[in-house]
Design a protein. Structure first.
Ligand code: FE2
Length: 507
């Protein structure tokens, strides 16, 4: 282990050991507040403009997802420019370290809260990877200065990325311009059939690209020679002597195109251990989402094939941390969700008692009790019924334990108090499943008919505890060590971000 791998740990411990470790009782305010640029508006999913800019999501699901065609046209241009078809960056270091964050780009406090902790977590790493949703709400080039270049000005190494669905809402124009230096617009979706003209009319086209503004932002915030990188395409591989890191672009709907599928099969071959990074996780909320490949097969088939030697698959898209160590034959594959890099938080209390792995082997951050308590406070504030809704972390933990039948990591002693009738009611209302059932009985009530993504995206807040998370991956001495650091936004955690989960994999 290199000396800089040691990240100091806080006296409070982590969220599994104390409420202070989760950030419920901030001793000192975080200095991230001072970093937030003046006149930054809190990013809100309530604004009609935000939803209107993200409309291509709905259109792609109704009229068909044009991402594959746009990607093909863009890649043809990149290949013509001379990018080798392997889309692979070679690195010679035997030992390599990098940081991985998913779903970063809201540009407000929830993103900036991560920045001071990143200085600590990223110290001594070789590069940083952003896995999905670099820019909210719609990947615009105009948003890159404030939501990408400026926040990561202190990160000294190159940043590679894969796009998420939000980056695709401008036809990937901003992403390809910033990360691949592709200056021409290939975002011309083809819609055919009876509704084609209507789809073309409604489809949001990317805005004009101000090259001078982008170049100025890069020069001002990330202009150092060590920070520069042009990645081969929206999907890519970084090949190191011990581990091949393979990153795929899952577009808007979560599948990959035929050409990318063929490339993935090719770079997955051979005995070298591999790590997959994907926009959409393959196992999330205890459900498998294998990721279809155009023309047949799935991404998960490729990952599970023993001939390919994958050790883990990490996906963004869902804004929290989850890890499922799944037995596949005689191997253990770690399926990780790592979307806690800056945007609003998706609830973890809606995850049932796990079936895909033993509940005791499952890890999530925030803990389900903390997630339920955070949401109960939000609902209390919205409805102006705090006395009905608000649950303390301890009450919420007891209610989650009761409904799910789990042994919470932070258990409040050997003989915890049973939850009150009110706590049980609020837990049911806010979607804590019963045991390992898929859905709750209250699903049929109108409050539960609102899709989950909608409820969670409206549940954005800008004060600690944020429950953001950043991963650090270190390859050394034939091992891959993955650590998940929690980011609460509390001052005492900024210089000592608590390790919330850690796993070491033999390569
Ligand atoms: Fe996201």
């Amino acid at each position: 282990m290199r000396a800089q791998d040691a990240v100091p740990q806080p006296a409070s411990g982590n969220s599994r050991s104390s409420e202070a470790g989760a950030g419920w009782t901030c001793g000192t305010p975080g200095r991230y507040e001072a970093l937030v640029p003046p006149r930054t508006r809190a990013f809100s999913w309530w604004r009609p403009g935000t939803l209107l800019r993200s409309r291509n999501d709905v259109l792609a699901h109704v009229f068909g997802d044009p991402s594959d065609d746009i990607r093909r046209a863009s890649l043809a241009a990149l290949t013509e420019r001379g990018v080798p078809a392997a889309f692979t960056v070679q690195r010679r270091e035997e030992d390599v370290s990098f940081v991985l964050m998913g779903d970063t780009g809201e540009g407000d406090r929830s993103q900036w809260a991560v920045v001071p902790a990143l200085d600590r977590i990223g110290a001594g790493t070789d590069f940083l990877v952003i896995a999905s949703d670099v820019i909210y709400p719609a990947g615009d080039t105009a948003d890159y200065p404030d939501k990408f270049f400026r926040p990561y000005t202190n990160y000294p190494g190159p940043i590679y990325a894969i796009p998420g669905n939000h980056d695709w809402y401008d036809g990937l124009r901003g992403f390809l311009r910033v990360f691949c230096d592709l200056r021409e617009d290939h975002a011309r979706p083809v819609f055919t059939g009876f509704f084609g003209p209507l789809a073309r009319l409604l489809w949001r086209r990317p805005g004009a690209v101000d090259d001078a503004a982008l170049d100025a932002a890069r020069a001002r915030y990330r202009g150092a020679p060590g920070q520069q990188a042009v990645q081969p395409g929206p999907y890519w591989a970084v090949d190191t002597p011990r581990l091949r890191i393979i990153a795929i672009d899952t577009g808007i709907a979560g599948g990959i195109d035929r050409d990318q599928g063929a490339w993935l099969r090719e770079v997955s071959a051979g005995p070298k251990p591999k790590l997959l990074i994907t926009g959409k996780p393959l196992l999330v909320d205890d459900e498998r989402r294998p990721g279809p490949i155009e023309g047949g097969g799935t991404v998960d088939d490729i990952v599970r094939d023993p001939a390919h030697h994958y050790v883990a698959a990490i996906g963004g898209d869902i804004h929290n941390y989850q890890r499922y160590p799944v037995k596949v034959g005689d191997r253990t594959l770690h399926y990780v969700v790592a979307g806690g890099g800056g945007a609003f938080m998706h609830a973890t209390h809606t995850i049932r008692r796990t079936r895909s792995v033993d509940e005791d082997a499952f890890r999530c951050y925030p803990l389900r009790g903390d997630s339920l308590s955070r949401y109960s406070k939000l609902y209390g504030a919205w409805t102006r019924l705090p006395k009905l809704f608000e649950l303390t972390p301890q009450e919420a933990t007891a209610a989650a334990r009761h409904r799910l039948g789990i042994r919470p990591a932070r258990g409040y002693g050997d003989a915890p108090t049973p939850p009150s009738a009110r706590a049980k009611f609020v837990a049911a209302l806010l979607g804590v499943p019963r045991g390992n059932r898929k859905r709750t009985g209250l699903l049929r009530l109108p409050v539960r008919r609102v899709p989950r993504w909608f409820r969670s995206e409206l549940a954005d807040w800008d004060r600690p505890p944020f429950f953001k998370s950043v991963l650090r991956l270190d390859v050394s001495d034939g091992e891959l060590r993955i650590r998940c650091f929690g980011v609460s936004g509390c001052g005492e955690h900024e210089d000592a971000p608590p390790v919330e989960d850690e796993v070491t994999i033999q390569l």
